[in-house]
Design a protein around this ligand. Structure first.
Ligand SMILES: [Fe+2]
Length: 479
């Protein structure tokens, strides 16, 4: 839910509620099974069923993709121009004083980063299964796109590493109680990646949709920066997905290169259906709209109550009831928060420092230091502060954007070169190097690298090394 301060600026039109096949009950478990290891035949079959149900669900929806491959170029250019036009309108509105469109507060932005994480942490996964085709140049545009998602093995450019760092920087990344619908997009992407041999047209269509620049990307980057949050993950995609030379252009090239000579119409119909898989599950804009500060505070307290109900002394009482008794039943949390306000422990719409409860969480000698994560503390802060605005942040020169702040700080990028170290922490890395030394042909070395390029491992030290070597090999160098 948007706060009252959000400007009335039209979001992209919402799709009607999609039919939710029963198979969606398994989106999270399928996601976790596909992400945790190289999927076995059983998991791949389960992923195939999930894809079939998803493809059936989108078949009835309106599809804006042209009816012929020849029309796709002009269609993508028109969409790109439309996005640019709408972003220009957004900027003009902001420059004439309109408030943020997406994020009502920093807590709202961090909520978004956390809830979209299941999708972002498998960035590129739908293309993972194509690396086996590295000797077939028709697939090089898609393989190149995948390797760029992986940063060609450079940690500071690997999209999953970047997103993990972003989550870590704000202590986000929890999944307790997260809705199953948050995992649908990631499950689709992982399922496509491990079934490339059976869903090639759908992968090409999905890629065509995913690699086009959506309006929410530049707006998200703009507003994250404004709130002092590193927007790099999002700005990176604005440049990389461009229609002139970027992933969107490659997506179109891949379609032209892989269209078969015979049964072309049937192949392309599957491409069109695969494109629609982008519409399933929770997207960025729906997640942004879902945010409700009060409900997020209640959810945080419910999570903490599992441990907190045993951690307070009996003399900690509120309205005649011990805090442990309040926390014993998660259903009581709204009443507990209400009592904290009635008892003067929390004073809403004021500087949080004026609340005794806040002083238990933050500041010197805070008795509950460490109980809440940085993200949770930010949510509680924004909930208590409500309409109150920090006067320090009302002075423009003191409200630094992320980019302004970074310019004032020393850059901190890159991991130490992992292959230089020799210890138990990188034993898998050394094992990979030893195996590669044994190989006597480029083809064998490339084959050895393949298992390390999957979504569950490409962001590890050995995965990054394997990506660098594979990338060199694809370009024709020694691998
Ligand atoms: Fe990406």
């Amino acid at each position: 839910m948007f706060s009252d301060t959000a400007v009335e600026f039209p979001l992209s039109p919402c799709l009607p509620s999609l039919p939710q096949p029963a198979v969606y009950d398994t989106a999270r478990s399928l996601y976790e099974n596909l992400y945790s290891a190289t999927p076995d035949a059983g998991i791949r079959a389960r992923a195939g069923k999930f894809l079939d149900a998803s493809l059936e669900a989108v078949r009835a929806l309106p599809n804006d993709m042209p009816a012929t491959p020849q029309a796709c170029g002009a269609w993508m250019e028109a969409k790109s121009a439309h996005t640019a036009q709408r972003y220009a309108e957004y900027l003009a509105a902001r420059q004439s004083g309109a408030p943020r469109q997406y994020f009502s507060s920093e807590a709202h932005a961090l909520y978004f980063l956390n809830e979209i994480a299941p999708t972002k942490l498998v960035d590129g996964a739908w293309l993972a299964g194509l690396v086996t085709q590295w000797e077939d140049s028709r697939f090089h545009p898609l393989i190149r796109t995948y390797l760029e998602e992986l940063g060609d093995g450079a940690p500071e450019l690997n999209h999953v590493v970047l997103y993990r760092r972003l989550l870590d920087a704000h202590a986000c990344g929890h999944r307790d109680g997260m809705a199953d619908s948050r995992f649908v997009q990631g499950a689709i992407q992982l399922a496509l990646g491990c079934n490339a041999d059976k869903y090639l047209p759908e992968i090409i269509g999905f890629n065509l949709g995913y690699e086009q620049l959506p309006l929410h990307l530049p707006i998200t980057a703009y507003e994250l920066n404004e709130l002092g949050i590193d927007p790099y993950y999002f700005t990176l995609h604005i440049t990389i997905d461009n229609m002139a030379t970027g992933h969107a252009r490659r997506a179109l090239d891949a379609l032209q290169l892989t269209l078969p000579a015979r049964h072309r119409a049937a192949f392309f119909e599957r491409v069109r259906n695969g494109y629609m898989l982008n519409e399933l599950g929770d997207g960025s804009e729906s997640i942004i709209r879902d945010f409700d500060l009060e409900q997020e505070v209640i959810a945080i307290f419910k999570r903490k109550s599992v441990f907190g109900r045993h951690m307070h002394s009996d003399y900690c009482k509120l309205a005649g009831k011990s805090v442990n008794a309040w926390l014993a039943d998660p259903g009581q949390i709204p009443a507990f928060l209400d009592q904290l306000q009635r008892g003067g422990w929390i004073r809403r719409n004021q500087d949080p420092a004026a609340s005794r409860f806040w002083r238990l969480l933050a500041g010197e000698r805070a008795e509950m230091f460490g109980v809440f994560t940085d993200y949770e503390i930010r949510v509680i802060h924004d909930w208590i502060a409500g309409e109150w605005k920090d006067p320090q942040l009302q002075v423009p020169s003191r409200a630094l954007s992320y980019r302004a702040r970074r310019r004032m700080e020393e850059a901190d990028t890159g991991l130490p070169a992992p292959e230089d170290a020799d210890n138990d922490f990188n034993e898998p890395l050394r094992r990979l190097c030893a195996d590669l030394d044994e190989a006597d042909s480029k083809r064998e070395r490339m084959r050895m690298l393949l298992p390390y390029l999957g979504p569950a491992s490409h962001h590890t030290p050995e995965g990054l090394l394997a990506t660098r070597l594979f990338s060199q090999g694809l370009r024709g160098g020694a691998s």
